[in-house]
Design a protein around this ligand. Structure first.
Ligand code: GLN
Length: 538
């Protein structure tokens, strides 16, 4: 395409309507028509990135190849589009202000008063246009976090207004709203949508397409009503009905012709046919599993599913790939401390110990590893989960009493997990972990090699502590092996144990790289092992 088209996705009425899924679905549809698309998220909070946020605040922190700690919506973007994202795909208000203030200190504003308009809005617009240049995208879809009317999202909406004015048909606004069903009246109500569009209009933005989230089909008279009140064509009112799975949404959006409506409104001819058969195959497998397994996810944020978003989605991909339905039993690690593993992990086909920070629930996680190891239940430990596996082995097999990570016990006699050398001098918390993609070399004839079927891999990281190599020989003598090593600095990235059908602790996060198109081999192989375990049992 001659030049990039910019699509903004705003939200109205309430939060949590699924702007991220709509954005990712549209990206998937446009991609399937042969366009090059990227998706960006603006988060209107003042943190520079979500890396320092507690999962209770915003769910999982997602990590990109280049080591950006980002909003979890970027995970959806990658899972749907199979295209890597980067720091440039997630901008927060904090980051915008930081860069404006840095420029001010350098004297780049030549003595002028630095203001929200034009300086902050220019910086926002620059962030959108810069992303477009990175790979000559046909479309940049920018999701604006929060809800229209929030004070903190005003500069973003103002930037959209300016871009629309400056670039005309090259800019399109999709507004996602809620059309609630009032059961007492037995009716869907369009008034909140009308109000939300009025609010956008007050801020100078006329949406081009309205996507209406609804629990019931949006009959034509309602589409016409929304169209009339909101100054859009009835064909630009798109129904987004509640779906069984987020992966149904691209198909639903295709049925609603969201992609062709977008192309029409930005003056791009609809030339290529849409080929989405890969997606349909995935959905077919997802919905027609041949068997089921149950996997326990042991963590301390299990009451908050968003905290383990990428892990849960990776199981969806791996399940479909194996044609197995993966049922997840969420097990609170603190509850294990109180009630024990026998009761809480009874009869599961696999155990995953989750990543995390801080001491709360750590002994429960270590007990879960012991249970998996001793009962020969397929086990996957991710990051902190891997570190727990290392601690468990030291304590229970190598008899290093009270062995621990120095994260939790600074003066332990056996610091089998210790802070990385280059982390020792760091005092700032934000953006300073070992982050992003690092290479790893796999040893032959291991579960790891069997899983990846190649020697050199790259995986994403987010941690400060590591396997303490001064214990490596002792571990290998006792039957826990380092089967994946960082070739540059010898950091242990994967551990396995002898005499176990499938036991892997990985210092990295495979869940960040699993997509619909490429289910992650670690999850695929783990689910396969869980199925085998189950078959053996029945
Ligand atoms: N807290 C551990 C570390 O910093 C593990 C981090 C994680 O699980 N992401 O090394």
């Amino acid at each position: 395409m001659a030049h990039t088209k910019f699509i903004f996705v705003t939200g109205g009425v309430t939060s949590s309507l699924g702007k991220g899924i709509i954005s990712a679905s549209l990206a998937k549809l446009l991609q399937s028509r042969g366009f090059k698309v990227t998706i960006q998220k603006f988060d209107p909070y003042i943190n520079i990135d979500p890396g320092t946020l507690n999962p209770y605040e915003h769910g999982e922190c997602y990590v990109t190849e280049d080591g950006a700690e980002t909003d979890l919506d970027l995970g959806h973007y990658e899972r749907f589009s199979n295209e890597p994202t980067s720091q440039a795909n997630n901008i927060t208000t904090g980051r915008i202000y930081l860069s404006v203030i840095e420029k001010e200190r350098k004297g780049e504003y030549l003595g002028s008063t630095v203001q929200v308009i034009p300086h902050i809005t220019d910086e926002i617009k620059r962030s959108v246009k810069e992303l477009a240049k990175r790979a000559e995208y046909d479309f940049v879809i920018t999701e604006i976090g929060g809800t229209v009317g929030d004070i903190e999202s005003l500069p973003y909406i103002e930037s959209v207004r300016q871009m629309k004015w400056e670039m005309g048909k090259d800019v399109l606004v999709i507004h996602l709203t809620l059309v609630p069903y009032l059961s007492a009246a037995g009716e869907l109500k369009t008034k909140p949508t009308q109000h939300s569009v009025k609010m956008l209009l007050e801020q100078g933005v006329q949406p081009d397409i309205i996507v209406a989230r609804t629990e019931h089909p949006l009959q034509s008279h309602l589409r016409e009503k929304i169209a009339r009140f909101c100054n859009v064509a009835p064909s630009s009112v798109i129904e987004s009905i509640d779906a069984e799975s987020i992966y149904d949404v691209p198909i639903l959006m295709r049925q609603e012709k969201l992609d062709t409506e977008v192309l029409k409104l930005v003056n791009v001819p609809v030339e290529n046919d849409l080929d989405i058969s890969d997606w349909e195959n995935f959905l077919d497998k997802l919905k027609n599993p041949k068997s089921e397994v149950e996997i326990a996810l042991v963590g301390k944020y299990v009451e908050l599913k968003d905290a383990y978003k990428s892990i849960l989605e990776s199981f969806v991909h791996a399940g479909a790939s194996n044609e197995v339905k993966v049922n997840i039993r969420l097990v609170h690690s603190e509850l294990i401390e109180k009630e024990g593993t026998d009761k809480l992990l009874k009869a599961v086909d696999g155990i995953l110990v989750a990543p995390g920070f801080g001491e709360r629930g750590i002994e429960g996680k270590i007990s879960a590893v012991k249970f998996a190891r001793e009962n020969k239940i397929p086990f996957l430990g991710i990051c902190l989960g891997m570190q727990c596996a290392v601690i468990e082995y030291a304590r229970n097999v190598m008899h290093l009493k009270d062995a621990h990570s120095t994260e939790f016990s600074a003066h332990t006699k056996f610091p089998v997990i210790d802070i990385m050398e280059d982390q020792k001098k760091i005092s700032d918390m934000g953006g300073t972990m070992r982050l992003g993609s690092y290479p790893c070399t796999l040893k032959a004839k291991t579960i790891a090699f069997d899983t990846y079927k190649k020697e050199n891999i790259n995986e994403r990281h987010r941690h400060r502590y590591e396997f303490n190599n001064s214990y490596l020989a002792q571990y290998e003598n006792a039957g826990m092996y380092a089967t994946g090593i960082n070739p540059k600095d010898d950091l242990v990235e994967i551990v396995e144990v002898k005499d176990h059908p499938w036991f892997m602790g990985v210092q990295f996060h495979p869940e960040y790289k699993s997509t619909v198109a490429n289910p992650h081999p670690v999850f695929v192989s783990f689910v396969k092992a869980a199925s085998k375990k189950k078959e053996g049992k029945e």
